[in-house]
Write a protein that binds this ligand. Structure first.
Ligand code: ZN
Length: 269
Protein backbone atom coordinates (compact mmCIF):
# COMPACT_ATOMS: atom_id res chain seq x y z
CA UNK A 1 0.00 0.00 0.00
CA UNK A 2 2.98 2.25 0.69
CA UNK A 3 4.02 1.64 -2.86
CA UNK A 4 0.63 2.63 -4.20
CA UNK A 5 0.59 5.80 -2.12
CA UNK A 6 4.12 6.62 -3.23
CA UNK A 7 3.07 6.08 -6.81
CA UNK A 8 0.09 8.39 -6.36
CA UNK A 9 2.26 11.02 -4.73
CA UNK A 10 4.95 10.67 -7.40
CA UNK A 11 2.32 10.97 -10.10
CA UNK A 12 0.85 14.10 -8.58
CA UNK A 13 4.30 15.61 -8.17
CA UNK A 14 5.13 14.76 -11.76
CA UNK A 15 2.03 16.57 -12.97
CA UNK A 16 2.83 19.57 -10.81
CA UNK A 17 6.39 19.80 -12.00
CA UNK A 18 5.36 19.48 -15.63
CA UNK A 19 2.69 22.10 -15.57
CA UNK A 20 3.83 24.63 -13.03
CA UNK A 21 7.22 26.17 -12.63
CA UNK A 22 8.27 26.10 -9.03
CA UNK A 23 11.59 26.96 -7.55
CA UNK A 24 13.40 23.75 -6.65
CA UNK A 25 13.20 24.72 -3.00
CA UNK A 26 9.44 24.89 -2.91
CA UNK A 27 9.15 21.57 -4.73
CA UNK A 28 11.39 19.96 -2.17
CA UNK A 29 9.32 21.48 0.59
CA UNK A 30 6.09 20.24 -0.95
CA UNK A 31 7.56 16.80 -1.47
CA UNK A 32 8.66 16.75 2.13
CA UNK A 33 5.28 17.78 3.50
CA UNK A 34 3.49 15.24 1.30
CA UNK A 35 5.75 12.45 2.56
CA UNK A 36 5.10 13.49 6.16
CA UNK A 37 1.37 13.51 5.56
CA UNK A 38 1.59 10.17 3.76
CA UNK A 39 3.27 8.66 6.79
CA UNK A 40 0.64 10.08 9.10
CA UNK A 41 -2.08 8.65 6.94
CA UNK A 42 -0.45 5.24 6.80
CA UNK A 43 -0.28 5.23 10.57
CA UNK A 44 -3.70 6.47 11.45
CA UNK A 45 -5.90 6.03 8.47
CA UNK A 46 -7.15 3.58 6.07
CA UNK A 47 -8.03 2.32 2.82
CA UNK A 48 -11.56 3.42 2.45
CA UNK A 49 -10.15 6.23 0.39
CA UNK A 50 -7.40 4.37 -1.43
CA UNK A 51 -9.67 1.65 -2.67
CA UNK A 52 -12.14 4.16 -3.95
CA UNK A 53 -9.36 5.85 -5.88
CA UNK A 54 -8.66 2.51 -7.55
CA UNK A 55 -12.31 2.34 -8.66
CA UNK A 56 -12.90 5.75 -10.20
CA UNK A 57 -15.22 4.33 -12.82
CA UNK A 58 -18.06 4.02 -10.32
CA UNK A 59 -20.10 7.17 -10.31
CA UNK A 60 -23.58 8.25 -9.42
CA UNK A 61 -25.42 11.16 -10.87
CA UNK A 62 -26.92 13.71 -8.53
CA UNK A 63 -30.34 12.49 -9.61
CA UNK A 64 -29.74 8.94 -8.35
CA UNK A 65 -31.83 7.66 -5.47
CA UNK A 66 -29.03 8.23 -3.00
CA UNK A 67 -26.36 10.81 -2.75
CA UNK A 68 -22.67 10.89 -3.25
CA UNK A 69 -22.75 14.56 -2.55
CA UNK A 70 -23.60 16.03 0.82
CA UNK A 71 -27.06 17.54 1.18
CA UNK A 72 -27.13 21.30 1.61
CA UNK A 73 -28.82 20.92 4.97
CA UNK A 74 -26.30 19.18 7.25
CA UNK A 75 -27.81 18.15 10.57
CA UNK A 76 -26.24 17.33 13.89
CA UNK A 77 -26.61 13.72 15.02
CA UNK A 78 -29.89 13.14 16.85
CA UNK A 79 -28.41 10.67 19.33
CA UNK A 80 -25.28 11.17 21.37
CA UNK A 81 -22.03 9.87 19.91
CA UNK A 82 -21.80 7.26 22.65
CA UNK A 83 -25.18 5.82 21.64
CA UNK A 84 -24.52 2.61 19.67
CA UNK A 85 -27.36 3.46 17.28
CA UNK A 86 -26.33 7.03 16.43
CA UNK A 87 -26.77 7.71 12.71
CA UNK A 88 -23.61 9.20 11.18
CA UNK A 89 -23.61 9.64 7.43
CA UNK A 90 -23.34 12.36 4.81
CA UNK A 91 -26.38 14.11 6.27
CA UNK A 92 -25.80 13.71 10.01
CA UNK A 93 -22.60 15.02 11.51
CA UNK A 94 -20.97 14.38 14.87
CA UNK A 95 -19.93 17.44 16.91
CA UNK A 96 -16.27 18.38 16.39
CA UNK A 97 -15.74 18.03 20.11
CA UNK A 98 -17.15 14.52 20.30
CA UNK A 99 -14.67 11.93 21.52
CA UNK A 100 -15.85 8.55 22.82
CA UNK A 101 -15.72 8.40 26.60
CA UNK A 102 -14.21 4.91 26.91
CA UNK A 103 -11.41 4.55 24.37
CA UNK A 104 -8.94 1.74 25.05
CA UNK A 105 -6.29 -0.11 23.10
CA UNK A 106 -7.80 -2.50 20.55
CA UNK A 107 -5.15 -5.00 21.64
CA UNK A 108 -7.28 -5.77 24.72
CA UNK A 109 -9.50 -7.79 22.36
CA UNK A 110 -6.57 -9.94 21.28
CA UNK A 111 -6.86 -8.92 17.64
CA UNK A 112 -3.58 -8.73 15.75
CA UNK A 113 -2.16 -5.23 15.26
CA UNK A 114 -4.54 -3.97 17.94
CA UNK A 115 -1.73 -2.12 19.68
CA UNK A 116 -1.80 0.54 16.96
CA UNK A 117 -5.47 1.47 17.35
CA UNK A 118 -8.05 2.63 19.85
CA UNK A 119 -11.59 1.32 20.15
CA UNK A 120 -14.39 1.79 22.66
CA UNK A 121 -14.18 -0.44 25.70
CA UNK A 122 -17.85 -1.31 25.29
CA UNK A 123 -17.06 -3.60 22.34
CA UNK A 124 -13.82 -5.20 23.52
CA UNK A 125 -15.34 -8.35 25.04
CA UNK A 126 -17.49 -9.04 22.00
CA UNK A 127 -14.58 -8.41 19.64
CA UNK A 128 -12.53 -10.81 21.72
CA UNK A 129 -15.25 -13.47 21.28
CA UNK A 130 -15.35 -12.76 17.55
CA UNK A 131 -11.59 -13.14 17.16
CA UNK A 132 -11.57 -16.32 19.26
CA UNK A 133 -14.37 -17.85 17.18
CA UNK A 134 -12.65 -16.87 13.93
CA UNK A 135 -9.38 -18.38 15.09
CA UNK A 136 -11.18 -21.61 16.03
CA UNK A 137 -12.49 -21.73 12.47
CA UNK A 138 -8.98 -21.26 11.06
CA UNK A 139 -9.55 -17.60 10.15
CA UNK A 140 -6.93 -14.94 10.80
CA UNK A 141 -8.02 -11.37 11.45
CA UNK A 142 -6.11 -8.14 12.02
CA UNK A 143 -7.25 -4.56 12.52
CA UNK A 144 -6.08 -1.77 10.20
CA UNK A 145 -8.13 1.15 11.49
CA UNK A 146 -10.20 1.95 14.54
CA UNK A 147 -10.96 5.26 16.24
CA UNK A 148 -10.09 8.33 14.20
CA UNK A 149 -10.36 11.78 15.77
CA UNK A 150 -12.17 14.74 14.25
CA UNK A 151 -8.86 16.53 13.69
CA UNK A 152 -7.31 13.49 12.00
CA UNK A 153 -10.32 13.41 9.73
CA UNK A 154 -9.77 17.07 8.86
CA UNK A 155 -6.19 16.40 7.75
CA UNK A 156 -7.18 13.19 5.97
CA UNK A 157 -9.87 14.98 3.99
CA UNK A 158 -7.56 17.88 3.16
CA UNK A 159 -4.88 15.48 2.01
CA UNK A 160 -7.24 13.87 -0.49
CA UNK A 161 -8.55 17.28 -1.49
CA UNK A 162 -5.02 18.29 -2.47
CA UNK A 163 -4.46 14.99 -4.27
CA UNK A 164 -7.65 15.68 -6.23
CA UNK A 165 -6.54 19.13 -7.26
CA UNK A 166 -9.01 20.83 -4.94
CA UNK A 167 -12.05 19.07 -6.38
CA UNK A 168 -14.58 18.70 -3.57
CA UNK A 169 -16.90 16.45 -5.57
CA UNK A 170 -14.09 14.02 -6.35
CA UNK A 171 -12.87 14.04 -2.76
CA UNK A 172 -16.33 13.44 -1.29
CA UNK A 173 -16.50 10.09 -3.09
CA UNK A 174 -13.43 8.76 -1.38
CA UNK A 175 -13.06 10.47 1.98
CA UNK A 176 -15.55 11.46 4.65
CA UNK A 177 -15.62 15.06 5.77
CA UNK A 178 -14.78 15.63 9.41
CA UNK A 179 -17.66 14.66 11.68
CA UNK A 180 -19.17 12.38 9.04
CA UNK A 181 -16.92 9.34 9.58
CA UNK A 182 -18.06 6.32 11.59
CA UNK A 183 -14.46 5.99 12.70
CA UNK A 184 -14.95 9.00 15.01
CA UNK A 185 -17.33 6.78 17.02
CA UNK A 186 -14.61 4.34 18.08
CA UNK A 187 -16.96 1.50 17.12
CA UNK A 188 -15.91 1.10 13.48
CA UNK A 189 -13.25 -1.48 12.64
CA UNK A 190 -11.39 -1.96 9.38
CA UNK A 191 -10.38 -5.63 9.26
CA UNK A 192 -7.64 -7.34 7.33
CA UNK A 193 -6.00 -10.75 7.40
CA UNK A 194 -2.69 -12.55 7.01
CA UNK A 195 -4.26 -14.01 3.85
CA UNK A 196 -3.47 -10.69 2.19
CA UNK A 197 -0.48 -9.77 4.37
CA UNK A 198 -2.69 -7.38 6.34
CA UNK A 199 -3.26 -5.39 3.18
CA UNK A 200 -5.91 -2.75 2.99
CA UNK A 201 -9.04 -2.40 0.97
CA UNK A 202 -10.81 -4.05 -1.92
CA UNK A 203 -8.59 -7.14 -2.04
CA UNK A 204 -10.04 -8.11 1.35
CA UNK A 205 -13.26 -9.22 -0.34
CA UNK A 206 -11.36 -12.17 -1.83
CA UNK A 207 -10.38 -13.59 1.57
CA UNK A 208 -11.88 -16.38 3.65
CA UNK A 209 -11.86 -13.85 6.47
CA UNK A 210 -14.29 -11.55 4.65
CA UNK A 211 -16.67 -14.45 3.99
CA UNK A 212 -16.42 -15.51 7.63
CA UNK A 213 -17.19 -11.96 8.81
CA UNK A 214 -20.14 -11.64 6.44
CA UNK A 215 -21.61 -14.83 7.90
CA UNK A 216 -20.66 -14.47 11.55
CA UNK A 217 -19.84 -10.90 12.61
CA UNK A 218 -23.45 -10.14 13.55
CA UNK A 219 -23.34 -12.84 16.26
CA UNK A 220 -20.80 -10.67 18.06
CA UNK A 221 -22.54 -7.35 17.50
CA UNK A 222 -20.77 -6.21 14.32
CA UNK A 223 -22.50 -5.27 11.06
CA UNK A 224 -21.05 -4.30 7.68
CA UNK A 225 -21.63 -0.59 7.05
CA UNK A 226 -21.24 -0.28 3.29
CA UNK A 227 -22.45 -3.48 1.63
CA UNK A 228 -22.23 -4.32 -2.05
CA UNK A 229 -25.17 -3.17 -4.16
CA UNK A 230 -26.23 -0.36 -1.82
CA UNK A 231 -23.70 2.28 -2.85
CA UNK A 232 -26.39 4.77 -3.81
CA UNK A 233 -28.04 4.33 -0.41
CA UNK A 234 -24.96 4.54 1.79
CA UNK A 235 -23.07 7.00 -0.40
CA UNK A 236 -19.96 4.86 -0.27
CA UNK A 237 -18.33 2.19 -2.38
CA UNK A 238 -18.60 -1.39 -1.16
CA UNK A 239 -16.27 -1.82 1.79
CA UNK A 240 -15.94 -5.52 2.65
CA UNK A 241 -13.56 -4.67 5.51
CA UNK A 242 -15.45 -1.93 7.36
CA UNK A 243 -17.72 -3.09 10.19
CA UNK A 244 -19.48 -1.14 12.89
CA UNK A 245 -20.34 -2.42 16.35
CA UNK A 246 -23.94 -1.89 17.47
CA UNK A 247 -24.15 -4.64 20.10
CA UNK A 248 -25.42 -8.21 19.85
CA UNK A 249 -29.13 -7.48 20.31
CA UNK A 250 -29.37 -4.84 17.59
CA UNK A 251 -27.02 -6.74 15.27
CA UNK A 252 -29.27 -9.78 15.53
CA UNK A 253 -32.23 -7.57 14.66
CA UNK A 254 -30.40 -6.26 11.58
CA UNK A 255 -29.43 -9.79 10.58
CA UNK A 256 -32.92 -11.22 11.04
CA UNK A 257 -34.66 -8.38 9.23
CA UNK A 258 -32.24 -8.42 6.32
CA UNK A 259 -32.17 -4.61 6.33
CA UNK A 260 -28.80 -2.88 5.80
CA UNK A 261 -27.26 -0.95 8.68
CA UNK A 262 -27.75 2.47 7.09
CA UNK A 263 -31.51 1.96 6.72
CA UNK A 264 -31.81 0.31 10.13
CA UNK A 265 -30.14 3.31 11.79
CA UNK A 266 -32.30 5.72 9.80
CA UNK A 267 -35.39 3.91 11.12
CA UNK A 268 -34.11 4.45 14.66
CA UNK A 269 -33.04 8.04 14.07
ZN1 ZN B 1 -13.31 2.15 7.63
Amino acid sequence: MGKILSTIVAFILAINTNTVVYEQKSIDKERQSRVVLENEIQESVVVDEIVAIKSPTISYSSSSSGWWTYPSDIKGTTRSGDDLLVLVNKEYQLPSKYTPSDLVSASLSGIRKGESFLLRNILINDLKELVTAATADGIDLSIRSGYRSYSTQVSTYNYWLSVNGGSISATDKISARAGHSQHQLGTAVDFSSSEIQDGLGGVFSSTKASVWLANNAWKYGFVISYPSGYESVTGYNYESWHYRYIGKTYAQEVHTSGIILELYLRSKN
